[in-house]
Design a protein around this ligand. Structure first.
Ligand code: SF4
Length: 746
């Protein structure tokens, strides 16, 4: 059996040595890199060949890649590297790696074209000055072949072990039993849909109620699909840290049910949570775990691969035993893991690590997206950039003298943009050219400065710099998917490239995966999520039947209450009356949801006066993780009381209060986003793009929150409970149509 490896991956494995060095080195963006390569190629003579696909074998190793350029007249093979700053600052081990890659290409070319020798040229292209520095050496085909074979030999042991691992993994997955005695109601249909979507290489949207075991119901069939679909990896992406824990547990359960399954699992942890030396910088001169990192990596990698499951604690133990950084060991181990559990942004973000790896390697990847209704909002944030004039002010105050001029010019241009706008809030068709020019000049100057002073620590300057880079990058792809707006506050303003429809950014992420399954208890209407997320047209859809019956949940609509802002005061006594009557009729644990903290406080005050004997606890604006745990701990099996919370907040989804821990919920809002100038602009854009601007901006997102919150009440097939929907609009057909079909409204 052959093992295929990319030239770059082979050399990174065999030829990386020395320290980890992540001092400030602003690498060119992908676009700058492509432009740099094109410019170099355009400077070459006639007959110059670019992007030459090459491959070669050594024993059962197949090595593939694309060499940057070859000049047949000069018999010169070139490898182009774009960079910024001073070349002499480049660490030696980077140069060493570049030569190793070029020499591998050298042999592959000699072999393909029957050459006895070739000139190798390492071309360093400076993005700033557009100058080239060329390093050359003549090599005989024999020497290059020897080098190639040495690299392959160094990798072969690992490749053999990977092949054996893969064969054992796939064999065990083929025989893998479902880890529970039986499927729950709906769970089999879910599992079959995931398996089928992977068999046909399509994306899948799943709406499935809570309580059927969605995590194991998606993880299990996907793992089962791995052998037949030749999947290299599965990514499980979550919106919250708690979701990662659930996914890790499900994978653990699978492994326990099949002790012979050698599944390698890794949990991605944020750098600040994995770092052992937060007071140090990530380079050998500062951090002991970066010093000699690549020299100790091979042993650490072997130990980490043998560990099987790399949760945060295990990864740390392995890393420290080999004196390497746990965070960067984790990044390395993603390449050698079968299942990766991470956050949405690891795959969907602009610079997403998992997506970058998946595109750069010959991997076949399938993705699971947990609680996928969150992806719309999360993706909007990923593709939104905001620039605040106050942060430019802070950067100007602390900036070193060489940067003053560029920042002052930007300040002037910003003021002119500010003055040109008459309203406090306005949407513009485009970002003013003069402003963008000053912004680019400023970021260019900061880049040059930080490159020259890689150890400079200036939080204000760097904070503004990263915001400006993000803004510049998103401005390049500005289009109808986003708004450009300016919000004035006195003499200062905030500029925002506000993403409304992330579809065009996410489309390539779906296209690059073999299959993506998005699942949630609330993904209706399907069209809404399909439009906003940019799912492929052939995306499959399944709405899994609820295992719960309408007899378990009494849903009451209070048609005599309006929670519209102008009716809020009048609603207060009525809301309290409904809650009090329900409580008196059936004392127990309840959650009451409101549209805002102000509304919550007003109702809570009246409630306390009306029902002083009832224990009450309230969500507050900024709760720590500990405070949140305390809030939830008050819902005990034999307890009674009223918890007050806001809709869309931490207690409105993702919490599990089964049995008597929660017997009812009151929802005094439709969850509609506030009508304000920004949302109204979004509504108009949605109307232009999809027709029903109101539903896409207000109704669908609002009702999704309502259904999530109400979903806290019935968690198991033995639960019984009540939901009070307190607003007359819940009686309207277009609203009722968005509620779960198994509910019967009273
Ligand atoms: S331990 Fe911290 S400072 Fe050291 S290399 Fe890792 S992330 Fe960087």
């Amino acid at each position: 059996m052959k093992y295929t490896v990319a030239v770059r991956a082979l050399c990174e494995f065999t030829a990386k040595q020395g320290d980890l060095d992540l001092r400030f080195t602003p690498s060119p963006t992908a676009q700058e890199g492509i432009a740099g390569h094109q410019l170099v190629a355009s400077r070459r003579g006639e007959g110059y060949e670019s992007e030459i696909s090459l491959s070669g074998e050594h024993q059962h190793l197949l090595v593939r890649g694309r060499a940057d350029g070859y000049d047949p007249q000069l018999n010169r093979l070139e490898e182009v590297k774009t960079f910024r700053g001073r070349l002499e600052r480049q660490p030696d081990n980077h140069r060493h790696l570049h030569w190793a890659q070029l020499m591998v290409y050298g042999w592959l070319l000699c072999q393909a074209r029957g050459l006895s020798e070739v000139e190798l040229a390492l071309v360093y292209f400076d993005i700033g000055s557009q100058d080239e520095t060329v390093l050359r050496q003549h090599c005989s085909a024999t020497a290059l072949q020897q080098h190639f074979e040495t690299q392959c030999e160094r990798f072969l042991d690992w490749a053999d072990q990977e092949l054996a691992h893969r064969a054992a993994r796939d064999w065990a997955l083929t025989a893998l039993p479902f880890p529970h005695a039986a499927f729950r109601t709906g769970q089999r249909a879910l599992a079959e849909a995931v398996y089928k979507a992977n068999s046909t290489g399509r994306c899948l949207m799943v709406q499935a109620p809570t309580g059927i075991g969605k995590t194991i119901g998606t993880v299990f069939p996907l793992l089962k699909a791995c052998p037949a679909q030749k999947l290299d990896k599965v990514f499980f992406l979550t919106a919250k840290t708690s979701g990662r824990g659930v996914a890790m547990k499900a994978l653990d359960l699978v492994k326990h049910s099949a002790p012979a399954l050698p599944l390698r699992v890794i949990e991605l942890v944020a750098k600040e949570k994995a770092c052992e030396h937060p007071d140090k910088a990530c380079h050998g001169a500062s951090c002991p775990l970066a010093q000699g990192f690549y020299d100790r990596l091979p042993q650490a990698r072997t130990a980490a691969a043998a560990a099987g499951t790399l949760d945060k604690a295990t990864l740390r133990t392995v890393a420290l035993a080999h004196q390497v950084c746990p965070y960067y060991l984790g990044q390395e181990m993603v390449k050698w893991s079968d299942a990766v559990v991470g956050d949405y942004n690891h795959y969907f973000d602009l610079n997403a690590m998992l997506h970058g790896l998946a595109v750069g390697q010959p991997w076949r990847v399938s993705v699971l997206v947990d609680e996928a209704h969150n992806l719309v909002e999360r993706a909007r944030k990923m593709y939104t950039a905001e620039l605040d004039q106050a942060s430019l002010g802070a950067a100007r105050r602390s900036a070193p003298p060489p940067l003053k001029k560029a920042l002052d010019r930007l300040h002037k241009s910003w003021n002119a943009t500010h003055k040109a706008q008459s309203e406090d809030y306005q949407v513009h068709a485009e970002v003013p050219e003069a402003f963008m020019f000053s912004l680019q000049q400023a970021t260019h100057a900061i880049t040059e400065h930080l490159t020259e002073h890689p150890t400079l620590v200036d939080e204000a300057l760097q904070g503004f710099y990263f915001e400006a880079l993000h803004f510049t990058r998103l401005s390049e792809s500005f289009g109808e998917h986003s708004l450009f707006d300016i919000t004035k506050a006195g003499k200062q303003s905030t500029l925002c490239l506000r993403n409304v429809v992330p579809a065009s950014f996410l489309k390539p992420r779906f296209a690059n995966a073999h299959s993506v399954t998005l699942f949630s208890a609330t993904l209706r209407p399907q069209q809404f999520y399909g439009d906003l997320l940019g799912l492929p047209d052939n995306t499959a859809w399944i709405d899994v039947d609820s295992p719960f019956s309408h007899e378990q949940l009494s849903v009451q609509v209070s048609r005599h209450i309006s929670t519209r802002y102008q009716h809020r005061q009048a609603s207060l006594p009525r809301v309290v009356e409904v809650m009090a009557r329900q409580y008196e009729q059936q004392p127990g644990n309840y959650l009451a949801f409101f549209s805002s903290f102000d509304y919550l406080d007003e109702v809570a005050r009246l409630w306390a006066a009306r029902m002083p004997q009832v224990t009450t606890w309230k969500q507050s604006r900024r709760m720590s993780e500990g405070d949140q745990a305390q809030f939830l701990a008050r819902f005990t099996e034999d307890g009674q009381g009223m918890g007050f919370a806001v809709l869309g907040g931490s207690f409105a989804e993702g919490i599990d209060l089964a049995g008597q821990r929660l017997i009812g919920a009151f929802i005094a809002t439709l969850g509609l986003p506030q009508v304000n100038v920004v949302n109204e602009q979004i509504r108009m854009r949605m109307a232009d793009l999809f027709g029903d601007g109101y539903a896409y901006t207000y109704l669908y997102p609002g009702l999704q929150k309502v259904v999530q919150a109400a979903g806290r009440v019935i968690r198991t097939q033995t639960d019984r409970g009540v939901v009070h929907l307190m607003d007359d609009r819940f009686g309207r057909p277009e609203v009722r149509g968005l509620l779960p079909s198994w509910w019967r409204l009273g």
